[in-house]
Design a protein around this ligand. Structure first.
Ligand code: GDG
Length: 475
């Protein structure tokens, strides 16, 4: 079995705080041996490339510090001010600065230089996400002939939006350095294929192999899952049980609607609040029967658009509460804090409705966690945005257009009125998929596809064939 070299912006192999994907990547590293490499999250005055090795939960990690300019231009700049909004269809928020693109290239060169000595000849390299799109090509430029795969955790946007990025052509061309690219959904894969055909003049075969400029790149639909068994167990833990009771008691008999999202404009929080307000206005008779609990831990506070969304949401929650609250009832409880996963599991379980309405999302794991945490005999209803990657699989959820306050309002009404038998049958079908296509399924699907990629040209026969005197071929 080949060792695995996982490369991602941040490394989080350790402890119970790590999310499902981190758990899967750590499991992959434990199964195959290898190293998880990335940025330490720390800043240093001047980049040195010095690697800090550790063993975290049986996984060998290697991290490197970045200097201020890299963090500003690469992480806060090109990754989070340019690519994140653009790939979530928000060209109105995307900032196109040459210094960002330059810093992004420089940071990726630095990552490549630093990780290079750690890669052994038979290793399989797996690069994660939009922070590191050109890393594969930087590694090839340094002579790496190993199998290299890439997984995109966010959507691949439509070509007519993507072409607004000045450096787009060079950036997409670098992706042909990979042997395999994984996307959460067929929609994101098709958008990528469309760009290859119509902007690069490449071709796509029936079995999803992209060809361009004599290079081949296998494309794979590989939806990420969660550790369903672990999440189910968490929801039955003592902490979850106590949280569930506490949260239900605080709702004093009202139906609890819950949202859990990183505070990010892609998650559709403003539209969600507006949809909920619509419900309150349209159904005054049900008004005091519900309460919305929105948990939204802040993220990327150094980026201005994140400060703005925070301010706007606080204003909106205040306005809705001001307009509708009664002496004994506040319609929205809005919490800007992160909780333990066992607490979240208890909150999911306490609720009657899980409201997951991103405007655009690569997958959305909260939707899957919500399902895994439900009580099988009395499950809550998942309301899910059509524009989350998860909607491609989770068709038994109540699907909504998150831009439409009316649809969100109608969906809340439908979910509240849904008979127990229907709630159970929808939940059972959802749970089956969440359990079947879990995070280990995702890990193995990707790593198996990377091992199976057909190599061509020199990389297929790295040792030259020499004609012997007898006319036989020897390696
Ligand atoms: C990207 C893509 C794709 C949230 N609040 C707390 C907390 N969380 C956890 C959730 C969940 C995770 O964060 C969020 O995952 P999502 O998938 O919903 O979204 P992104 O962070 O945007 O992730 C996304 C994902 O990558 C994987 O490929 O699905 O589309 O955008 O696990 O539970 N965790 C804790 N406390 C909190 O308060 N402990």
């Amino acid at each position: 079995m080949s060792r695995l070299i996982v490369i991602s912006n941040r490394v989080s192999a350790g402890g119970g705080a790590a999310g499902g994907l981190a758990v899967a990547l750590s499991a992959g590293l434990r199964e195959n041996g290898g190293i998880w490499f990335g940025w330490s999250g720390e800043r240093i005055d001047e980049f040195t490339g010095q690697i800090n090795f550790r063993i975290e939960d049986g996984v060998r990690t290697a991290t490197v510090d970045l200097e201020d300019q890299d963090i500003e231009e690469y992480y806060n700049g090109f990754a989070n001010r340019t690519l994140w909004p653009l790939f979530h269809y928000r060209i109105d928020l995307a900032e196109y600065e040459r210094s960002f693109a330059g810093g992004y290239r420089r940071a990726n060169e630095r990552f490549a230089d630093t990780v290079l000595p750690l890669i052994e000849p038979e290793d399989h390299v797996w690069v994660q996400d939009y922070h590191m799109l050109p890393l594969g090509s930087e590694l090839r430029a340094r002579g790496v002939t190993n199998r290299i795969g890439f997984f995109l955790h966010i959507p691949w946007p439509p070509r007519r939006l993507l072409v607004t990025l000045p450096e787009v052509r060079e950036l997409v061309e670098t992706l042909f350095a990979y042997d395999l690219i994984g996307f959460h959904t067929r929609e994101w894969l098709d958008s990528f294929a469309d760009f290859v055909v119509h902007e690069l003049g490449g071709a796509i075969s029936d079995d999803d192999v992209a060809t361009w400029n004599g290079q081949r790149l296998k494309l794979l639909v590989c939806p990420a899952g969660i550790d369903a068994a672990e999440f189910k167990a968490l929801s039955e833990s003592e902490t979850a049980r106590r949280t569930c009771i506490r949260v239900r008691e605080s709702a004093v008999g009202r139906a609890l609607i819950v949202g859990v999202d990183r505070l990010d404009y892609s998650k559709g929080l403003e539209e969600r609040f507006q949809g909920y307000e619509r419900f309150l206005s349209e159904h005054p008779e049900e008004r005091k029967e519900v309460v919305l609990l929105q948990i939204a831990p802040p993220s990327r506070g150094a980026v201005e658009s994140y400060q703005q969304i925070r301010t706007r949401l606080e204003g909106l929650a205040g306005k809705i509460n001001g307009a509708h609250a009664a002496l004994d009832w506040v319609p929205i409880r809005y919490v800007n804090q992160a909780y333990g996963r066992d607490v979240l599991a208890g909150v999911y379980r306490a609720s009657r409705i899980g409201l997951v309405t991103p405007l655009r999302d690569g997958m959305n794991l909260v939707a899957k966690e919500y399902v895994a945490a439900q009580d099988p005999s009395d499950p809550g209803v998942l309301i899910l945005s059509r524009f989350a990657g998860a909607a491609e699989e989770m068709t038994e959820a109540v699907l909504v257009n998150p831009h439409s306050a009316e649809e969100i309002s109608d969906a809340i009404r439908t979910a509240l009125a849904m008979p127990l038998a229907e709630r159970i049958s929808r939940w059972e079908r959802l749970m089956e998929k969440v359990q079947q296509q879990d995070v280990m399924w995702w890990l193995h699907r990707f790593t198996a596809a990377l091992s199976a990629v057909e190599l061509h040209g020199e990389r297929a026969n790295p040792l030259p064939l020499i004609e012997s005197d007898e006319g036989h071929e020897v390696a």
